[in-house]
Every structure is written in C-alpha cells, then in structure tokens.
Design a protein around this ligand. Structure first.
Ligand SMILES: [Zn+2]
Length: 145
C-alpha cells in the first residue's frame, strides 16, 4: 500500500490536465494587447493629458477623433493641441476617469469583437462607421459619434 499517495497524486495530475484541456483558449491567443495608459495632471480647474497623441498613435486612431470621444464622454469642453500632442480639458478629472473613458473607446472602436485583436481600422461611409479587422477580416458597424 506504499504507492497510494503516488497514485493519488498521479490521478490528481491527470484530472488537472483534463480540466486544463477543457478550458477554451482565450479569444486573443498569442501576445496579449496591453491598453496604453494616459498620463494626466490637473492645472487649476483644468486637466491636461500629456501623452494624448502617443496613446492615439498606439491605437492607430486620429487624435482628433479620440479627442471628440473624450469631450463627449466626459461632457466637457477642451482642446487638442497638435503641436504638443496634449489634450486640455476644462474640468478637474482624475486619471482613473480618463483611463475608463479610454478603455471604453478601445472596447468599442479598437478591439475586434470577433478575434479580440486591436489591428482594426474605422471605415466611414457617410453616417455609417464600420470597424474592419485586419487580423481576421471581420467587419461590423459601430456607432458614429
Ligand atoms: Zn478580428
């Protein structure tokens, strides 16, 4: 009976292996997409996002488009400065709020709902916007803003 523990261990290992194989692979297998993070600071009653252009570039979106989404989502006014690549917002906002808006944008307008990859473009056909994935070829309408 000295092998009882051994067998128990082997069975347990087998069980784990079987369970593990049943877990479906994540939609975006391979390298995981790390959403970029905004760097912002408050200046009186205003907030400046310092790396706004950098983040937009990383997502392959026009900074002007991303700026419009932010102003709408945050219900505030502001100004994107081409020269410095910063977004000035006329509200006091903390960086978590800003990153939440950014993540919403990424979910709706960057990540392909079919394969989970961020390699997408937005094609505008008048009032119809299509999110097209360059990784898997899927395309679907997204809400214009
Ligand atoms: Zn895709």
């Amino acid at each position: 009976m000295e092998n009882v523990d051994d067998n128990y261990f082997k069975n347990y290992q087998n069980l784990l292996e079987r369970l593990y194989k049943k877990v479906p692979a994540p939609a975006s297998s391979g390298e995981r997409f790390e959403p970029p993070k905004l760097i912002a600071h408050q200046m009186g009653n205003q907030t400046v996002i310092r790396n706004f252009r950098e983040v937009a570039d990383k997502l392959r979106r026009e900074p002007e488009l991303l700026a419009r989404y932010f102003l709408k989502g945050l219900a505030t006014s502001g100004n994107y400065d081409r020269e410095s690549g910063t977004l000035l917002l006329n509200s006091k906002l903390n960086v978590e709020t800003l990153n939440n808006i950014l993540n919403k944008f990424i979910e709706s307008y960057v990540i392909c709902p079919t394969c989970g990859r961020p390699d997408t473009v937005i094609i505008k056909k008048g009032k119809i916007w299509i999110l097209k994935c360059e990784a898997c070829g899927a395309e679907g309408p997204v809400k214009p803003f």
